[in-house]
Design a protein around this ligand. Structure first.
Ligand code: ATP
Length: 136
């Protein structure tokens, strides 16, 4: 049988995904990385970004909010602050979060600016992940 990778994505809100997949591509803090069966073990922190995985010839997209990924023995374990599969992203909610963040960035002090900037990044990437899934 063809070798697979067990991909788990877990957040404090619960398990987002637990599947046997063929390939995983994600954005590490040091750059994008891809994992195929038999990959050497490693651990990396993750940026706010998109994780892609391939299964049975199809590509799926997941929004991942920071955290880290551990690769070992054909397992990819992602622990993230939050994460959603593309089809679970509420685009309207992300648009509202984007607007709130933009408003805060216009008026508040430096500390809140950074928080708003991160919230803005989450919202923008959620919208991108959702749009990418719909464009296929
Ligand atoms: P918001 O301001 O809309 O809550 P946020 O970026 O602050 O957005 P997070 O702290 O990343 O939200 O996530 C909190 C919870 O809400 C998590 O369970 C996350 O999966 C979920 N969540 C946040 N935004 C969305 C969205 N646009 N669609 C679906 N689930 C979302």
């Amino acid at each position: 049988m063809e070798e697979k990778i067990k991909l788990d994505i877990v957040t404090p809100y619960g398990s987002v995904l637990s599947e046997e997949v063929d390939e995983v591509v994600a954005g590490g803090s040091e750059g994008e990385f891809g994992v195929l069966p038999g990959h050497v073990p490693f651990i990396t922190t993750l940026k706010i970004g998109m994780l892609d995985y391939k299964k049975d010839g199809r590509t799926f997209h997941v929004f991942v909010n920071s955290g880290y990924a551990e690769v070992s023995d054909n397992n990819v374990m992602v622990l993230a602050d939050s994460a959603e599969r593309s089809e679970d992203i509420d685009v309207e909610r992300a648009r509202e979060a984007m607007q709130r963040a933009e408003e805060r960035m216009k008026k508040e002090d430096d500390l809140d600016f950074v928080r708003a900037e991160t919230a803005l990044e989450r919202a923008i990437i959620r919208i991108q992940v959702s749009e990418k899934a719909r464009s296929i």
